[in-house]
Design a protein. Structure first.
Length: 400
């Protein structure tokens, strides 16, 4: 197997590509049972048994031995994330996923799954967790082949940039990525805040959203923009699974809306405006797939240069211009929101129960304040992941 990496190519040299999901699980499981379940889940997903190779600037998934890991630890979630975001995934060796078992007692344990975006999107990690839970309960998880998005390429400004890049073109390798990680994470640190709403609070929110004919994501966006000044740019990740497959692979797309909160209107009126803008783009294929179509047409080495430009380890006239265009410079998205909605897997697995979950998306290079939302066991958890550490999630959610 040798499959060209296209739409997700810009993720390869981005130093902020770690997706994190924590699940709090009740039920008595031995270390041996947890490790066995993890290994069975890894074997059940094709993409976790591949590796990535580079050839003349192009990158490919190819067959390879699995390099996923599981560690039992006394570290806190914050300590793990602080350590792991600085440690490059060895994609060339097939490393996409690192799991950590925390707070392991006779009554239960927590699993923290840290995955590189090239191993899949947030939904992919949920489906992996489902496989892990099935294996833990004694069932054999179903095997899934990797699935990736392959929308048609739109040329737009692409030919212009590719033509300019030909004069400056340089091919990068994993050593360049090592240097970028070392340079960037020596001077950066991220911060994570988390708030969980009770099942009753979550149900009330969903009921109010239904009554006002808006989605929960639009409502939360409006609440977060309530105290903002001026026009704000908000990016959203959206599930691109047209066939509702449950395979691992990067099948997410993205869109953005610009909204200036109208203080003379209610939160719900602002939410309705955001809702209309979001769904206008989601319902239009050209808008829904715009970003992926746009990125897929570039010379892949130019996308690498753009990522390295963002961390300051490489610069050229063309990559600097593209980085600015894509928001990899000083002007980043004000908010980036991903709502995984309700966990698309059961809560109960034999004697084991998922009590709660938390989703922490990566602080991508063109985003400042990254919000993750997931609902498990009826309870919604919201996280804020940022480099600055100056925003307060409680303040952002004030009024809910």
């Amino acid at each position: 197997m040798k499959e060209l990496i296209t739409t997700e190519r810009s993720d390869l040299f981005d130093v902020n590509m770690i997706i994190v999901i924590r699940t709090d699980i009740s039920g008595n499981a031995s270390r041996e049972a947890i490790r066995s379940a993890f290994e069975k889940a890894v074997n059940a997903h094709e993409i976790l048994n591949t590796r990535i190779i580079l050839e003349n600037g192009s990158a490919y998934y190819t067959d390879g031995a699995s390099a996923q890991s599981l560690e039992f630890t006394e570290k806190t979630q914050a300590e793990i994330i602080a350590d792991e975001e600085k440690r490059r995934f060895r994609l060339e060796n097939g490393e996409y996923l690192r799991a950590f078992c925390m707070r392991h007692t006779e009554k239960g344990f927590s699993m923290l799954f840290c995955m590189h975006h090239l191993g899949g999107d947030g939904k992919s990690l949920i489906y992996f967790i489902g496989s892990f839970m099935e294996a833990l309960s004694g069932k054999e998880p179903a095997y899934t082949q990797m699935v990736r998005l392959d929308p048609p390429v739109s040329r737009l400004l692409i030919s212009h940039y590719n033509k300019k890049w030909k004069k400056e073109r340089r091919v990068f390798d994993f050593d360049d990525l090592d240097k970028a990680y070392e340079s960037y994470w020596n001077t950066h640190k991220t911060f994570v805040e988390e708030i969980t709403f009770s099942a009753e609070q979550t149900a009330d929110m969903l009921r109010s959203c239904k009554e006002n004919e808006v989605r929960l994501t639009s409502y939360i966006t409006a609440v977060m923009l309530k105290n903002s000044d001026g026009l704000c740019s908000v990016a959203y990740a959206a599930d691109g699974r047209l066939d509702r497959n449950r395979a691992m692979g990067n099948q997410a797309t993205g869109l953005s809306v610009d909204h200036r909160y109208k203080s003379g209107q209610s939160v719900w009126e602002n939410a309705k405006t955001i809702h209309r803008m979001m769904h206008k783009k989601l319902d239009d294929p050209a808008s829904k797939w715009f970003v992926l179509n746009f990125l897929a047409g570039f010379d892949p080495s130019l996308l690498d240069a753009m990522d390295l430009e963002a961390v300051g380890t490489y610069t050229s006239k063309t990559s600097r211009s593209l980085a600015k265009l894509m928001g990899y410079g000083e002007k980043k998205r004000d908010l980036s929101i991903t709502n995984l909605t309700r966990l698309d897997i059961p809560d109960e697995y034999g004697g084991y129960h998922i009590e709660n979950a938390s989703f922490i998306p990566p602080v991508v290079s063109n985003g400042k304040n990254i919000v993750g939302i997931v609902t498990a066991n009826g309870r919604m958890t919201v996280t804020l992941h940022t480099h600055e550490g100056t925003l307060s999630l409680a303040a952002l959610l004030e009024g809910i």
